[in-house]
Design a protein around this ligand. Structure first.
Ligand code: NI
Length: 174
């Protein structure tokens, strides 16, 4: 196992369209998936797509409970029209957060690590993570999805601003 180097925004690998995976059970693919899970966990992320570790292939891993899941050659489809905006970060854009609109519910399909077809539905945070990671496979980073760039900022500053707002609410309530 190994911790892989994570590409940061500005690196061209993050802007290219990734290629489908031919066979996830090949030894080098198994190694890649294991290393991606370890890299994600080491970095404290909740998802990681292969292009983020300089491998332009269509797969991503995400945190699922105490472990991790993998989806290979994912295809997503929104269920309904409903969208919601929430804060996202990205291991390729360290230190920043942005408020990004996403479909609230999606249907997903692809292959698991054994190359077997899998499919399901997701909503909320899991649907958001899947949309964020699938975007990476198409060369899209979350700021490119934002509608209001005033809601992009450094995590530290946003936390400080939130704490100040919280304190003033408490003062007002006193
Ligand atoms: Ni990301």
């Amino acid at each position: 196992m190994a911790i892989l180097k994570i590409a940061r925004m500005g690196h061209p690998v993050l802007l290219q369209e990734a290629e489908p995976v031919a066979d996830p059970t090949m030894p080098e693919m198994r190694r890649l998936i294991r290393d991606m899970v370890e890299t994600m966990q080491d970095a404290g992320g909740i998802g990681l797509a292969a292009p983020q570790v300089h491998v332009p292939l269509r797969l991503f891993v995400w945190r699922a409970g105490p472990g991790a899941s993998v989806l290979v050659n994912p295809e997503l489809e929104p269920i309904g029209e409903e969208t919601e905006s929430a804060w996202e970060g990205c291991l390729s854009i360290p230190g920043l957060r942005g408020c990004v609109p996403r479909h609230r519910r999606i249907r997903w399909r692809g292959l698991d690590a054994e190359g077997q077809p899998v499919e399901g539905e997701a909503e909320g945070l899991v649907a958001r993570v899947m949309q964020h990671e699938t975007d990476h496979l198409d060369g899209v980073l979350y700021p490119m999805r934002m509608e209001d760039l005033s809601l992009l900022g450094f995590t530290e500053e946003l936390a400080r601003a939130a704490a100040v707002a919280e304190a003033s609410v408490q003062d007002a309530a006193r």
